[in-house]
Ligand binder design. Structure first.
Ligand SMILES: [Fe+2]
Length: 258
């Protein structure tokens, strides 16, 4: 299990939680780079908070979205390197890593085809988000092409897209071509309101999610993540919850997701 040496210096409760070894594939802890934390101190507090509730590794996924978050691969790599340097001697931190939350538009598609997008560590998968209001025509074709090229599209928070609030047909189509739906665990705690919460509960029943993530943007999100984990465990049982929080994110990174 990937674990920071410093984890062993924490109290017994923390150690017990840490051994669950969750892996977070969606989090905004790199400071002042998107709508996530503004300072390194808050980035550290966010990471330490997630570590306390059981996360062994937290992958940073800053937004890449034209006209909103003009990030690029070298800039994000530099930001992670700086964060690692700044936190080198900080205790209670999970392992880190880099991906990006790519807005799934023509700009992304051009980046993807020209090696400018940011895959997860290991290079086997990539996080994408869709517009809230409508799933663009051609999405499944592009996701299929990603899979053919050896990069699984991991779909951020499907429960938060309006076309999927009441039914999952369009999501099922994306899953058929290889997309891996990633539950935003705070949806279960009501962070985004009633409709995403209900959609998440339905998609869980429909067994559409492959894994779950935090999508934390600030340290105060951590208690909602903990509440969401409790809700998920209540809905699917401890074994399936651990699979979604730990085993399946690891499979995504290893390129062994079915
Ligand atoms: Fe996000």
């Amino acid at each position: 299990m990937p674990m920071n040496d410093t984890a062993t210096t924490n109290d017994s409760a923390t150690m017990k939680d840490t051994t669950r070894g969750y892996v977070d594939l969606h989090c905004h802890y790199l400071p002042a780079i998107d709508d996530g934390v503004r300072t390194t101190e808050d980035g550290v507090a966010l990471c330490q908070g997630l570590h306390q509730i059981g996360y062994a590794q937290v992958v940073a996924t800053p937004h890449i979205r034209t006209a909103m978050f003009e990030n690029n691969k070298p800039g994000l790599e530099q930001a992670l390197a700086q964060f690692r340097q700044d936190t080198e001697h900080t205790s209670g931190m999970p392992d880190t890593g880099l991906g990006a939350e790519h807005f799934f538009d023509d700009v992304f598609w051009s980046l993807f085809q020209n090696n400018g997008a940011v895959p997860y560590p290991g290079g086997k998968a990539m996080l994408v988000e869709l517009p809230d209001q409508a799933i663009p025509l051609g999405t499944s074709q592009r996701m299929f092409e990603m899979r053919v090229k050896g990069i699984r599209p991991v779909l951020a928070h499907p429960e938060r897209y309006r076309p999927l609030f009441k039914k999952s047909d369009e999501l099922e189509g994306l899953v058929r071509v290889g997309a891996l739906p990633l539950l935003d665990i705070m949806s279960l705690a009501g962070k985004y309101g009633r409709k995403p919460k209900r959609a998440a509960e339905r998609m869980i029943k429909e067994q559409l999610y492959y894994a779950a993530c935090s999508d934390c943007h600030r340290p105060t999100d951590v208690p909602l993540v903990a509440e969401g984990i409790d809700r998920l465990t209540h809905l699917v049982g401890a074994e399936a919850a651990t699979a979604m929080l730990s085993d399946h994110p690891r499979a995504i990174l290893a390129g062994t997701a079915p």
